[in-house]
Write a protein that binds this ligand. Structure first.
Ligand SMILES: [Zn+2]
Length: 252
């Protein structure tokens, strides 16, 4: 029998690897996904460092409509089988991964920092969102971020994502499961075509210069798997942001 080990996190240590700021970290101002004063419409007013959330011109997520066909670089994954940690930082659940999980795009080499989840999907297509999305956050040697999004639609339960939904940690917890291995490649759809555009982090400080890639093919997860996540986070998705003339590309 496999037993999860639960222990409390020092939340501050999470900032080192997180592409996203923490809702409850002391060094930052608390923010939320709610309708109130700390909600997405007010993120830019909460802290000078969050100004980009309201003043930025190239924000994420976006609603994808009429993408332009383009010769985008192939995605070359150097993902491995890992022994994951599952972390709940109060804003999402993330899979903490060991170093060495690479994504190569032409001459650019990125390393995976974490995988985390939103419900519903932050990305919309002609105004419609999927039940969930997984964000694979990568960073290159210059510190530039590239985030790959895999949309998760309710349908057949996913055995690949099963271990994540079976071991969702409570807020502030970090879980490892003895003997559990996770093949990161199995979390990706078989088809490798994608949409691409330039945007931002979708949580404060909403920093821009993030390269976004959204897989065209979705992955199915079971309704009970969605329900398990929504028991922790009823909704943790930022509203879609104005395109402001940005081009959105789709691979040929
Ligand atoms: Zn995200």
């Amino acid at each position: 029998m496999i037993l999860p080990h639960r222990f409390t996190l020092l939340l501050a240590t999470l900032l080192i690897t997180a592409g996203h700021a923490l809702a409850s970290d002391n060094a930052t101002t608390p923010w939320s996904y709610g309708k109130g004063a700390s909600g997405p419409e007010h993120w830019g007013e909460l802290n000078a460092a969050y100004e980009g959330c309201s003043q930025g011109s190239y924000q994420s997520p976006i609603d994808i409509r009429n993408p332009e066909k383009a010769d985008l670089p192939a995605l070359q994954f150097g993902y491995q089988v890992i022994e994951p940690f599952f972390v709940n930082n109060g804003a999402t659940v993330k899979i903490q991964v060991p170093a060495g999980q690479t994504l190569t795009l032409g001459t650019q080499r990125y390393e995976l920092q974490e995988v985390h989840f939103h419900t519903p999907s932050e990305e919309a297509f002609n105004g419609r969102r999927a039940e969930m999305v997984a964000h694979f956050v990568h960073k290159n040697a210059l510190g530039q971020l590239a985030v790959l999004a895999v949309l998760l639609q309710a349908g057949k339960p996913s055995s690949a994502y099963g271990p994540v939904f079976a071991h969702l940690p409570r807020p502030g917890e970090k879980i490892s499961v003895e003997g559990l291995k996770l093949d990161l490649n199995s979390l990706l759809p078989a088809e490798r075509s994608y949409y691409a555009y330039s945007g931002s982090l979708t949580t404060p400080p909403c920093s821009e210069g993030v390269q976004w890639m959204i897989m065209r093919q979705t992955v199915q997860i079971g309704p009970d798997q969605v329900k398990a996540f929504r028991a922790l986070f009823n909704a943790n998705a930022r509203p879609v942001q104005a395109l402001n003339g940005r081009a959105v590309y789709v691979s040929d």
